[in-house]
Design a binder for this molecule. Structure first.
Ligand code: LLP
Length: 440
């Protein structure tokens, strides 16, 4: 987070709040969101893409009522992919017109909730959905704006992207097979639907514009064909090309993602050039960053419980540092081999103060599974003791939102810090909460 510091007194503070005080007041594991960091990233993306409403914060990264309010205040739009996320957004008073609904299997009931709420756009993803949504909208006497999600055959992660052969997935309408053009035909034929744009999402944790460029070029190629088939007038409302999410962040000091302004400028230049080449009016470029807004500003605080040295042979050993959470609050290391940075932020006693070098450590959770790893390899002070506090950085995206109750572990609390104050956003789950689900 931008507002993390270690004072001359050795105390680590997040937005001016002592981490020891946070752990004492709210317990651990604890997600701590730097509110200004989150809002600043919203504003940076809004500036970069010219109009805040073209930046859709992807709520799947992390969403609760207060965060939805921050996104609303910053003028951004919001992507949801479930009616649970919709309920949170509506409760926050998020303007429904600035909400977009994603997903490959939205039921009629879910579509009806969304249309009734008056949400801005629905990103249609299958022929079944187009028929379902056309019915629902007609029944409710609404003309619903939609985007058609196009599978452009690009898959990108960090620097690498593959520009062919990634049609084999559940999302979107295949461009190559002609399904995307057929989806557009069906939408245009439905009087209760209005086509306002095309959508593509190519992956996540992307560090450069190449993959987006190939995707945009293919979407613009489709636009050009659609103009030939349907004429200018039929497509007059099709003004947006949404290039999805995926903007990468720094998880460790080795990562160097480009600032959003740089990416926005590259995309704008490329889309303008491509449209000029095809003789098309230049569309508005929308994006859907989740990780790039929510990720960097949050840390997870854990308390060390046990420490164990395991011999690896040849005189080497690995130190296993067990913390009081794990794969139930951060599944990303186990699931994606994600790499995190971890620091000692407070010692339980002063005795360990005279640190003797650093030890290669593996930070593991408390779950009954050997793959329950939070940080695979990191250097931590040689003298660690139970009760010490560790902070894992950049855990704001896809950690709480993918948290589980594995081993009947209650989910952690989430607090926001700003200007020396902490506020509880989500209280810690209790075992009683879990027992309440039992029907017998
Ligand atoms: N838009 C669409 C249509 C998406 O499917 C996603 C992510 C996003 C936007 C936001 O992507 P972001 O900017 O946050 O990369 N659980 C994984 C990431 C899965 C993302 C799924 N879709 C992780 O923890 O890395």
């Amino acid at each position: 987070p931008r507002n993390a510091s270690r004072g001359d007194d050795g105390v680590v503070r997040l937005a001016g709040v002592d981490v020891r005080e946070l752990a004492e007041t709210y317990g651990t594991p604890l997600f701590v969101i730097d509110e200004d960091d989150f809002k600043t990233r919203c504003a940076e993306h809004a500036r970069a893409f010219g109009d805040p409403s073209l930046v859709h914060y992807a709520g799947k990264a992390f969403l609760c009522t207060e965060v939805a309010r921050w996104v609303a205040e910053e003028g951004l739009s919001l992507d949801i992919c479930s009616t649970g996320e919709l309920a949170v957004a509506l409760r926050a008073g998020f303007p429904p017109k600035r909400i977009a609904f994603h997903g490959n299997n939205k039921s009629s009931a879910e579509l009806e909730l969304a249309v009734e709420a008056g949400i801005g756009v629905i990103v249609v993803d299958s022929f079944f959905e187009i028929a379902r949504l056309a019915d629902v909208a007609a029944r409710l006497d609404v003309v619903q704006q939609v985007l058609v999600r196009v599978t452009v055959g690009v898959e990108a992660h960090t620097h690498e992207f593959i520009a062919t052969a990634h049609e084999d997935q559940k999302f979107g309408f295949s461009l190559a097979a002609g399904d995307a053009a057929e989806a557009v035909r069906r939408v245009l034929n439905a009087s209760s639907l209005e086509l306002v744009g095309l959508h593509s999402h190519i992956g996540s944790q992307i560090f450069d514009a190449d993959g987006f460029e190939v995707a945009a070029r293919r979407v613009i190629g489709l636009l050009s064909e659609l103009r030939k088939e349907h004429g200018e007038e039929a497509l007059a409302s099709l003004t947006t090309v949404d290039l999805g999410g995926g903007l990468g962040i720094a998880y460790t000091a080795d990562d160097d993602p480009p600032p959003p302004a740089y990416l926005a400028e590259q995309l704008r230049t490329m889309v303008a050039k491509e449209c000029e080449h095809e003789g098309l009016p230049v569309p508005r470029i929308a994006v859907e960053p989740g990780r790039a807004i929510a990720g960097p500003g949050t840390v997870t605080l854990y308390e060390v419980g046990t420490i164990k040295n395991v011999a690896l042979g040849h005189g080497h050993e690995r130190r296993y540092v067990s913390v009081d959470g794990g794969m139930s609050d951060n599944i990303r290391t186990a699931l994606y081999d994600a790499v995190y940075d971890c620091r000692l932020v407070s010692r339980s006693s002063d005795d360990g103060g005279a640190s003797v070098g650093a030890a290669l450590s593996r930070v593991v959770g408390k779950h009954c599974e050997s793959g329950d790893i939070v940080v695979r390899d990191c250097w931590l002070p040689g003298t660690l003791a139970p009760g010490d506090l560790l902070a894992v950085a950049a855990t704001g995206a896809y950690c709480y939102s993918m948290a589980s109750n594995y081993n009947r572990q209650p989910r952690p609390a989430v607090v926001a810090v700003a200007g020396g104050q902490a506020r509880l956003l989500l209280r810690r789950e209790t075992v009683e909460d879990l027992l309440h689900l039992e029907a017998l």
